[in-house]
Design a binder for this molecule. Structure first.
Ligand SMILES: Cc1cc2nc3c(=O)[nH]c(=O)nc-3n(C[C@H](O)[C@H](O)[C@H](O)COP(=O)(O)OP(=O)(O)OC[C@H]3O[C@@H](n4cnc5c(N)ncnc54)[C@H](O)[C@@H]3O)c2cc1C
Length: 454
């Protein structure tokens, strides 16, 4: 790793580093620590590693709990995939995006499709095209940090076009927080999609790991263990206590204690606030002041396709989900024995009733609306279904977010935070969790080697 000499595998220079959380960020950090010759223990509270990107077995294959793909700009994760020797699993496949409005599906894969969005007047379509083209060219995103997407887009598009398109999507994704999202977050989304095309006229290609993101997670786990990292699942710390102003005691569920020279926490921010009660107030306020959107996702295994679209944005306020991601319109259904897999996605506030609704009731709530997407749809097409929920699915990036972000180095020596809320200005994603893991490892190793004064 740049700037950090590999440590001794034995001897007094070897430090013990604790990592809390076994998602992509925690696993990447653990790998870098182990590669640098340090002793590493990682605790993951759930019984599986991989966090939000993990997959589970379906019909002889594996599929993510939550739909996943990569963008062509996702360089850090591609570099990791190559380093781990699994690049032959990485596929770049044409994406196929649509927009559901006024009871029909509009393909939305480029400028020409935009001009065909007949549910809004031509002048509005042209205006949206011009605004998108402008945003695609903006490099200096700092100018979008202090204004909300709601205010900026409403002005740029005009009320009518905004309400029927991007405003409707913001409302669908962020619920009551829709008018608090910073324009820089929206710019980041446009930017990602722009850089996923080689030229503006090119069709977008998205990445997927053949066999699921578990192929990456398994390779990471195997490499971590080969390098000597101790990865533990099914347990996590109940408290982190600073022992002599420098070292840390990790208190586990069974009250046993493990001593570490440094601890990196990769869980959502409120968990760090709970684990370390004596955090200085200003930093604690940053941890608890950020808001996350949750996600409630239904996954259907169907005997036939629902639509011809991979990613269908649904910004119709009457429909209870906001995205239909038909995975097998992206990855060949032959990979899944010909079965079709469709995610019905909804981002919501964690106090939204859907977040706690019994699973069968959530499915029953969603099903009647599938006939609107495809009038031929019949519930008999459903062979199996699952419901998955995630409390900290999407950090909400508000204006002046940079000033609100908790720093990686907490005010307590040798205690670090590396989580999705610190990804900025880009939107969170597996690529940026790899970047987080790389960055935090470099920072910790530099500090432990007597780097910059704290
Ligand atoms: C619906 C949805 C769709 C997504 N789609 C995409 C996509 O298409 N492409 C993409 O790149 N990204 C996507 N993402 C985002 C991506 O999955 C995440 O940004 C990334 O996986 C986060 O990794 P992480 O390691 O930073 O955090 P997490 O994956 O959240 O890992 C944190 C880990 O900490 C563990 N933990 C929590 N508390 C404790 C504790 N007390 N002790 C020990 N462990 C604990 C958790 O169980 C978890 O495993 C999506 C996410 C969601 C929810």
């Amino acid at each position: 790793m740049a700037g950090v000499a590999a440590g001794e595998r034995t001897g007094q220079n070897r430090k013990h580093i604790g990592v809390v959380g076994g998602g992509i960020a925690g696993l990447t950090a653990a790998l870098r620590f182990a590669q640098a010759g340090q002793r590493v223990t990682l605790w993951e509270r759930s019984d599986r590693l991989g966090g939000q990107a993990a997959a589970f077995p379906v019909d002889g294959a594996h599929l993510e709990y939550f739909y996943h793909h990569l963008f062509q700009s996702d360089r850090e994760i591609v570099a990791l995939i190559e380093e781990l020797g699994i690049a032959d699993h990485l596929m770049w496949l044409p994406s196929n995006v649509g927009y559901f409005a006024d009871g029909r599906i509009y393909p939305l894969n480029g400028a020409l499709d935009l001009l065909r969005l007949r549910f809004i007047p031509l002048i509005d379509r042209v205006r949206i095209g011009l605004v998108t083209a402008y945003l695609q060219r903006v490099r200096r995103w700092e100018k979008f940090e202090r204004i909300t997407a709601d205010a900026w887009l409403r002005r740029a598009l005009g009320q009518r076009a905004y309400d029927r398109t991007l405003g409707a999507q913001l409302r669908a994704k962020f619920g009551r927080y829709y008018d608090q999202v910073a324009m820089v977050w929206f710019w980041g989304k446009i930017w990602l999609r722009t850089t996923s095309r080689r030229s503006p006229l090119d069709n977008e290609k998205l990445g997927y790991i053949r066999g699921s993101f578990n192929v990456l997670i398994d390779a990471l786990v195997e490499c971590c263990r080969r390098e000597g990292a101790d990865l533990r699942t099914g347990s996590g710390p109940t408290a982190l206590r600073q022992t002599d102003g420098e070292c840390w005691t990790v208190v586990l569920d069974d009250r046993s204690e493990v001593h570490c020279d440094a601890v990196v926490v990769t869980t959502p921010s409120p968990i760090l606030a709970r684990l370390v009660p004596n955090l200085p107030e200003a930093y604690r306020a940053k941890l608890t002041g950020l808001t996350y959107e949750a996600a409630a996702v239904a996954l259907l295994q169907l005997s036939r396709p629902l639509s011809a679209i991979y990613w269908l944005n649904v910004a119709d306020p009457d429909v209870p989900f906001t995205g239909i991601i038909e995975h097998t319109n992206f990855v060949d259904p032959a990979e899944y024995g010909g079965k079709r897999f469709v995610y019905l996605s909804k981002y919501l506030e964690p106090d939204h009733p859907y977040f706690t609704l019994p699973e069968a009731e959530l499915i029953e709530t969603y099903l009647p609306y599938l006939k609107r997407i495809n009038p031929d749809f019949d519930p008999s097409w459903i062979e199996r279904w699952w419901v998955f929920r995630e409390r900290s699915a999407q950090p909400i990036v508000t204006p002046n977010y940079r000033e609100k972000l908790p720093e990686h180095r907490t005010p307590l020596a040798n205690l670090y935070l590396a989580n999705t809320s610190q990804i900025y200005p880009e939107d969170r994603g597996t690529n940026y969790s790899v970047r987080l893991g790389n960055r935090i490892a470099e920072m910790v190793l530099t500090d432990l080697a007597g780097g910059p004064a704290r």
